[in-house]
Design a protein around this ligand. Structure first.
Ligand SMILES: Nc1ncnc2c1ncn2[C@@H]1O[C@H](COP(=O)(O)OP(=O)(O)OP(=O)(O)O)[C@@H](O)[C@H]1O
Ligand SMILES: Nc1ncnc2c1ncn2[C@@H]1O[C@H](COP(=O)(O)O)[C@@H](O)[C@H]1O
Length: 184
């Protein structure tokens, strides 16, 4: 059973790799950013609440994202594994997820830390062209990552759940390294 969490700065390639690996393993790729962007497109209550945070590159409040993830992980397609991309992003979210998975008796998750240097990820994101990929917003998202999300590397390392993969390689090389690392 594969339950993987992808950690890493914006632009490290989490979405790209999570999608490739989820297709390969035939399990759902659950991206909280994708779910939130869809909610904005659909103009749901959640989307309306999330939009101002996302446009600025700030984190959406924990409770909104936690409820969304709890609902998603209980869907039938998530029964036999998943890859979570973009969640958790704060220690509070990690504690929430740990308790949720323990309650669901599915708490043998592993965490992949996919890293790449700032100059590389900034270049990649400028080329991606999403609404929140303007340079000032990218730099803010990197600051938010360092302040709120990077502490999760130690959090999961302390719990012996952390695997590390170098995101500063070609997409094919990263995929190959990932497959090797998750096989151990
Ligand atoms: N190994 C790679 N080499 C070069 N470009 C890459 C690589 N991996 C991903 N990219 C490109 O970099 C951009 C960002 O990748 P991706 O969306 O997967 O990152 P992310 O970590 O999910 O970012 P975010 O957290 O901002 O959503 C995309 O345009 C993608 O095509
Ligand atoms: N786990 C999350 N907590 C708070 N805010 C989140 C979370 N996941 C996504 N967001 C918001 O969505 C954008 C884009 O996320 P990507 O993972 O880069 O697609 C992010 O900046 C937050 O505003």
């Amino acid at each position: 059973m594969t339950r993987l969490i992808f950690l890493g700065p914006p632009g490290a390639g989490k979405g790209t790799q999570a999608k490739a690996l989820a297709d390969f393993l035939n399990i759902p790729h659950i991206s909280t950013g994708d779910i939130l962007r869809q909610a904005i497109t659909d103009q749901t209550d959640l989307g309306k609440k999330a939009q101002e945070y996302m446009d600025k590159g700030d984190l959406v409040p924990d409770k909104l994202v936690e409820d969304m993830v709890e609902e998603r992980l209980q869907k039938p397609d998530a029964e036999h594994g998943w890859i979570l991309d973009g969640f958790p992003r704060t220690v509070a979210q990690a504690i929430f997820l740990g308790e949720l998975l323990a309650k669901m008796e599915k708490d043998e998750e592993k965490v992949v830390n996919l890293d790449a240097p700032d100059d590389i990820v900034i270049d990649r994101l400028l080329g991606r062209g999403r609404k929140d990929d303007a340079e000032d917003v990218i730099r803010h998202r990197l600051d938010v990552y360092r302040r709120d999300t990077a502490p999760l590397i130690k959090y999961y390392g302390d719990r012996h759940k952390l695997l590390t993969v170098n995101g500063n390689q070609s997409q094919e090389e990263v995929t190959a390294e990932l497959k090797k690392v998750i096989a151990v």
